[in-house]
Design a protein around this ligand. Structure first.
Ligand code: OOG
Ligand code: NI
Length: 468
């Protein structure tokens, strides 16, 4: 079959993320309300801030904002992660980054499946934060064996999904009919199932070991547990949530509100209590409940360099050390004040972030630069070209996640302050063996984007510096 007959992976991803969103809207009504709120606030924000609007237009970011969302799933065994990587690859999503959540008391390690290259991100940046349960962190050996045996029996992919993944790998793509079938089959894996695979008693035992273990082990598949839209003003959404009947968690995770947003800020609302039927003597099962799915929103800012990230981590750790937010959020104000005060040490204008190499930028040639093309001094530096008005520097958006925020989101949805301290260390090697591939290094990806934009701009200016 010729490559032309294949549906582009970016298009399959858009079909899939659209189908996922429709499914989630039907299953979790508050998701629809949240999507409307986010869209209203994005419109207001864009109307009020032409500079932001222009920047988003220049980086082709404006069109993707309404499509943009991420989801999260939790897997139980290595083969599931292995096949999940193959499934996401059909849609042009690849594992980026390694996150060890055991340090935050959550017995999983994770990666994010997402598009990698610039064009693909621009078309649809759909991402899925994917965690693998670390059964070795269950202390009770008998319970561990029981959990393993339960998981060994399940198959989370439909036979047709596996067949289509195989065909896509073998032929190098899927045609239209296959792609549509693939999306429908793949969706089955992420659907909520109210029939548990275990008895209420087993559920409770696993739940007592860790709520998250029960969430992963007791169900037929890795139900998508949230779908997060991207807002341009998370503080406004957080404030407006109660007016629409949604109650957010006490604090926004991540950096404070700033003129130049960095990395990622997130907030969520609590999981719903869902009706579950456990295996029991009654043919319909024993009725019970489980909290699985929640809502989240996020605001994305500029990607930081290793140096910028170090500064961010140090400042955030000092805030968390100084103020610990209780589950009820009674001291959320203290936390916010402390956060704002300590982050005053993080430069809050793009120019300083750029010249101090704390963040990544995408360079493009200005109109003045185009006029000067061919007449620019060959030895000029990027900084000088910006100063001379020949180059624009626009923020490269952070496309990844933050483990401390992720842990905060996990914990807020585990109900309480549930905190466990796992002695076991992070283990990227084991994770990559289960995955069957290595994860990409996100910092290297941002650096490559920045460099590619410089190379391109230099070429337009007629100074082909980096060409051998
Ligand atoms: C994943 C939480 C991580 C985020 O936005 O940081 C995440 C989970 O609860 O399974 O989605
Ligand atoms: Ni999330």
């Amino acid at each position: 079959m010729s490559a032309d007959a294949f549906v582009h992976p970016d298009e399959i991803r858009s079909m899939f993320s659209g189908a996922m969103s429709d499914m989630y809207r039907a299953e979790v009504p508050q998701y629809g309300t949240l999507m409307e709120l986010v869209s209203d606030i994005n419109q207001e924000r864009l109307a009020a801030d032409p500079v932001l609007r222009n920047r988003l237009v220049r980086s082709d970011d404006l069109d993707r904002i309404d499509l943009e969302r991420h989801g999260a799933i939790r897997l139980g065994k290595p083969e599931e992660l292995f096949n999940m990587r193959r499934l996401f690859a059909v849609m042009g999503m690849h594992p980026v980054g390694y996150y060890d959540l055991s340090v935050a008391g959550v017995p999983v390690h994770s990666t994010a499946f997402r598009p990698i290259d610039d064009d693909a991100l621009r078309r649809n940046p759909f991402r899925v934060f994917t965690s693998l349960l670390r059964l070795e962190l269950i202390e009770d050996a008998q319970l561990r064996t029981e959990a393993e045996a339960i998981l060994a029996k399940r198959e989370i992919f439909t036979p047709d999904a596996l067949k289509l993944i195989y065909l896509a790998e073998k032929n190098g793509g899927l045609d239209r009919v296959q792609a549509e079938q693939f999306v429908a089959e793949a969706l089955e894996t992420f659907r909520w199932h109210s029939d548990a695979t275990v008895s209420l008693e087993t559920y409770q035992k696993l739940h007592d070991a860790h709520r998250l273990i029960a969430d992963v082990v007791c169900f037929k598949g890795p139900h998508i547990n949230h779908l997060t839209p991207r807002t341009l003003d998370i503080d406004a959404v957080q404030r407006a949530m109660p007016e629409r009947g949604i109650s957010p968690k006490a604090i926004v995770e991540g950096p404070p509100s700033r003129k130049c947003p960095i990395l990622l800020r997130q907030t969520s609302f609590k999981a719903l209590e869902e009706q579950v039927y456990f295996v029991g003597s009654n043919p319909k099962g024993t009725a019970g409940t489980h909290t699985a799915r929640f809502g989240e929103i996020e605001q994305r800012g500029i990607a930081l360099t290793a140096e910028g990230r170090k500064l961010y981590d140090t400042l955030l750790a000092s805030v968390r050390h100084a103020v610990q937010v209780s589950a009820g959020g009674s001291n959320a104000r203290d936390y916010e004040t402390e956060l704002a005060e300590r982050f005053a040490a993080f430069p809050d204008d793009y120019e300083t972030l750029r010249v101090e190499k704390l963040a990544f930028f995408r360079y493009s040639v200005t109109d003045a630069g185009r006029d000067a093309a061919g007449k620019v001094d060959r030895d000029v530096s990027v900084d000088e070209l910006v100063d001379q008005g020949y180059l624009h520097a626009d923020p490269i958006i952070y496309e990844d996640f933050l483990p401390v925020s992720a842990a905060g989101i996990f914990q807020s949805n585990l109900g309480s302050d549930e905190q466990k301290n796992y002695a076991e260390q992070s283990n990227q090697d084991v994770f990559e063996k289960c995955l069957g591939a290595s994860v990409a290094d996100e910092l290297a990806l941002y650096a490559a984007h920045q460099q590619a934009s410089i190379d391109q701009a230099f070429e337009t200016l007629g100074i082909r510096k980096n060409v051998a």
